[in-house]
Design a binder for this molecule. Structure first.
Ligand code: GDP
Length: 459
């Protein structure tokens, strides 16, 4: 498909800021810009300038100066979209940006759809689909993990891992094909061992990628966390402490279904989505019982449970029930109020539970660092270095990996069952094209449109 239409959009944020950027991309981008731009240097036209240069001047609406601007000219293919691109750095006001954009549209461009610039980058081969999706993730990143993993994906780490597997598969597809075509010269003697080795290696690789998904996604979106404990144990204090952390970013989202508040807390590079904070906040108003049923209910959806115990009191039946409830869950036990006379000791709790225990004081802020480390241990698989550890955080990628995995297992089975080699090809091919979907090869146009429509304007 040849793309000729020239598109334009406001590429910077919609609010007031120092500068605002209008981006124009397409065959006529430079021409359109020339129609409205008057260079400070008399007679200079953008069509004559070198690529990747900046030019000072004015945006003219007829005889009227609209804004004083800096214009960047980026000629294709060396631009984000791969097409001729002009970026106009205007002053940052919403109104001025709107007016300049209108003028650009009047002079031959059309308004870009959300994500259309990145879509063109994809269609022009500047990015593969997983990288394009990484652009969106990057913009939407809420914590350092999300940021780092999307940068890693943008740099092509997911694509690279997938390409390696594909190239192995392709080799074998070709080998089988040519042996069947030309059995006299290409023999498949001893081939079974060879393909089995390839299958084992690659199912293993795919499995490892799939295994990063659950934690990867949780880390990216925030770990759904519930704080349990009896009234007065210190649940609100813990929440406030975490919110009050200087580095914490807090957002209040009104729950849509139940009247709950959800708070996202950034704890170091990870974020916790604390669920049912309303339940925590108003617990004091309730009668002296937490209601194990309610605890069970809220804990059901949680990725992580923080159980706050009052270390200055004896363990009672309620505590024991919660300890049983969290036995086979991802949970951390905080023995709170360490600054007071200690009644409940670590050993006492240890006898009842094998979950991680942290001695804590919500009042003094003691134990937070340790808590952060514990959580990281639980959700990261080992030491994380974003450059070589690839995390799958996109459900579309995960599904393709699942399918490819199944197909390779099927090949493995055909080998074991002594099926003829041409049998392998069907499933090898299907694994190959499933993996290709991650990169955007062999995906249907509808899917491409759907993916890019989730982008914001101007990207
Ligand atoms: P919740 O009912 O579980 O939410 O408990 P709160 O957070 O409201 O705490 C109950 C009481 O215990 C409050 O008076 C807190 O100030 C106090 N408290 C909480 N954590 C600590 C702690 O670590 N040390 C001390 N000394 N008091 C604490």
């Amino acid at each position: 498909m040849k793309i000729t239409e020239t598109i334009a959009a406001i590429a910077s944020s919609a609010g007031h800021s120092g500068i605002g950027i209008i981006r124009i991309s397409g065959e006529e981008a430079i021409e359109v810009a020339d129609r409205i731009f008057k260079a400070y240097k008399k007679g200079k036209m953008l069509k004559d300038v070198e690529s990747h240069t900046a030019h000072f001047g004015y945006i003219m609406d007829g005889e009227k100066v609209l804004d004083e601007v800096l214009v960047l000219v980026l000629k294709g293919p060396h631009s984000y979209t791969g097409e001729d691109t002009v970026e106009i750095d205007c002053h940052g006001g919403v109104l001025i940006l709107k007016k300049v954009l209108e003028l650009v549209i009047k002079n031959g461009a059309r308004t870009a759809e959300p994500g259309e610039f990145t879509k063109r980058a994809f269609l022009n081969g500047k990015l593969d689909l997983s990288q394009a999706e990484a652009v969106m993730d990057l913009i939407n990143s809420q914590n350092d993990f999300a940021l780092n993993s999307s940068i890693s994906q943008l740099r092509g780490n997911v694509s690279e891992a997938v390409r390696q597997i594909r190239s192995d598969i392709l080799y074998h597809l070709a080998k089988i094909e040519s042996a069947l075509d030309d059995p006299e010269h290409i023999s498949l003697d001893g081939y079974k061992g060879q393909i089995t080795k390839m299958l084992d290696e690659n199912t293993d690789k795919i499995k490892r990628l799939i295994d990063t998904f659950d934690n990867g996604r949780r880390m990216k979106e925030g770990i759904k966390t519930v704080i349990l404990g009896k009234p007065n144990a210190g649940k609100s204090s813990l929440l406030n402490l975490m919110i009050g952390e200087e580095r914490a970013i807090v957002t209040d989202i009104e729950g849509t279904t139940r009247d709950t508040l959800e708070e996202t807390i950034n704890l170091g590079e990870l974020s916790l989505k604390i669920i049912d904070t309303a339940g925590i906040r108003f617990a004091e108003d309730k009668v002296e019982q937490i209601g194990i049923q309610k605890a069970k209910e809220t804990a059901k959806d949680a990725d992580l449970i923080l159980f706050v115990m009052d270390g200055s009191k004896q363990i009672d039946e309620n505590d024991k029930e919660i300890l049983r409830l969290i036995q086979d869950r991802k949970a951390v036990i905080l023995i709170n109020k360490m600054d007071l006379q200690r009644v409940t000791l670590e050993e006492d709790v240890r006898k009842l539970s094998n979950r991680d225990i942290i001695l804590f004081s919500a009042k003094q802020g003691y134990g937070v660092k340790l808590l952060e480390e514990k959580i990281r241990e639980m959700f990261y698989s080992g030491e994380i270095t974003y450059n070589n550890q690839v995390y799958i955080t996109n459900v579309r990628h995960k599904e393709s990996l699942d399918h490819a995995y199944e197909s390779l297992l099927q090949v493995r089975k055909s080998v074991e069952d002594n099926m003829p080699e041409d049998f392998y090809s069907i499933d090898l091919m299907s694994a190959y094209s499933e993996l290709g979907k991650i990169l955007g090869e062999s995906v249907e146009e509808d899917l491409v449109n759907e993916i890019f429509s989730k982008f914001c304007m101007g990207k």
